[in-house]
Ligand binder design. Structure first.
Ligand code: COA
Length: 328
């Protein structure tokens, strides 16, 4: 009988555009202050595109991940791009990236699960790998949130940034890698965080643009409360399903939306703050890119080592939530 397969992350990559927008820059754009943004969110600066497209960022992150895994584009079986800000409505950004990487035999699709997208993608890739369907999968979380940000709305424009993080997923017969995933959603909260116009329900018109309906709108305070609960709950569920608890965790990679959400979710879970990875001060919330970039940096900084038990947990528009347990 064939041995059971597990999914390992064998390469990671990231890309943020060079342009940095600091809190001091935002003070000159809207009625806000470095003090308010830092205290309420933990964010000091964020990277924004200046001429680059989402597929540019994704391609750079993907090349680094491929190199880390010792693969070429032509080796890929599947490319998944998680994004809410694709280059265009169609074709999918994953197809545009496939062309850049010359990944001729890869199947391609984009995935829409907002900030939880990288975790949803890990779960999907895990199914393809453990079933023996595919051997080499490229998963990217990438966003150009600056394209849907209202730069006159101080309640949202201070929060978001652009970037991409990529991972190569491959099978192993060792009992390690992805050991559990948990996905959830609650569409009752669909109105709390959304872009109203530009889809088929409300196609873009001069009037929708005039009303700013092509921008992201958020009910921040209510979103905050659900995020704390959902991120903690998702991590608990993913751990419990394989008989583990917070006590077994070496490193938590939470979605980087707000330092206060991260701290409260870690507290709910019972985790010490030195086990929680935070890089929100440099990038802000990059939606589905946040988890991928945080994982990349945690590995680079030696916070995740071979054998570490990692729990990734995220929350996003939908509302979606999810978590993933990885034995590194
Ligand atoms: N600068 C200064 N003041 C600001 C501000 C800014 N950038 N943005 C909002 N304010 C003001 C508000 O107008 C309000 O003023 P008022 O009391 O005079 O009405 C006050 O600050 C408090 O606003 P509130 O929205 O209650 O603040 P908050 O503590 O909830 O923080 C967020 C706002 C957006 C930072 C917070 O709600 C949040 O992080 N929400 C979740 C975001 C999130 O996770 N989104 C993505 C999910 S993936």
């Amino acid at each position: 009988m064939d041995k059971k397969l597990f999914t390992r992350i064998t390469g990671l990559g990231m890309c943020v555009p060079p342009k940095i927008l600091t809190n001091a820059d935002l003070e000159r754009m809207v009625d806000t202050s470095d003090e308010w943004i830092t205290q309420r969110t933990g964010i000091k600066e964020r990277h924004l595109v200046e001429g680059q497209t989402l597929s540019d960022l994704v391609t750079v992150a993907s090349r680094e991940a491929l190199q880390g895994a010792g693969l070429k584009g032509e080796d890929l079986d599947l490319i998944i791009v998680s994004t809410t800000t694709p280059d265009m409505q169609f074709p999918s950004t994953s197809c545009l990236v496939q062309k850049e990487l010359a990944a001729k035999k890869a199947a391609c699709f984009d995935l829409a699960a907002a900030c939880t997208g990288f975790i949803y993608g890990l779960s999907i890739a895990n199914q393809f790998i453990t079933s023996g369907t595919y051997k080499n999968i490229l998963l990217i979380g990438g966003e150009v949130l600056s394209s849907i940000t209202d730069w006159q709305d101080r309640s949202t424009c201070v929060l978001f940034g652009d970037g991409a993080g990529a991972a190569i997923l491959q099978p192993t017969t060792e009992e390690r890698g992805v050991i559990s995933t948990y996905l959830a959603a609650d569409g009752n909260f669909a109105d709390f965080l959304k872009v109203s116009a530009g889809g088929s329900r409300q196609p873009a018109t001069v009037e929708t643009v005039r009303q700013g309906l092509h921008f992201l709108k958020m009910r921040g305070n209510e979103t905050f409360k659900v995020a704390v609960r959902a991120m903690g709950e998702a991590a608990k569920q993913a751990l419990a399903s394989v008989g583990l608890s917070y006590k077994d965790v070496d490193c938590m990679i939470p979605h980087q939306a707000n330092i206060r959400i991260i701290k409260a979710a870690a507290k709910n879970l019972g985790l010490d703050k030195d086990k929680v990875f935070v890089n929100i001060e440099k990038y802000g919330n990059m939606s589905s890119a946040s988890s991928a970039v945080a994982l990349y940096e945690a590995v680079q900084q030696g916070k995740i080592k071979q054998g570490s038990l990692v729990v990734m947990t995220a929350f996003g528009s939908g509302f979606t939530s999810g978590a993933c347990v990885i034995r590194w």
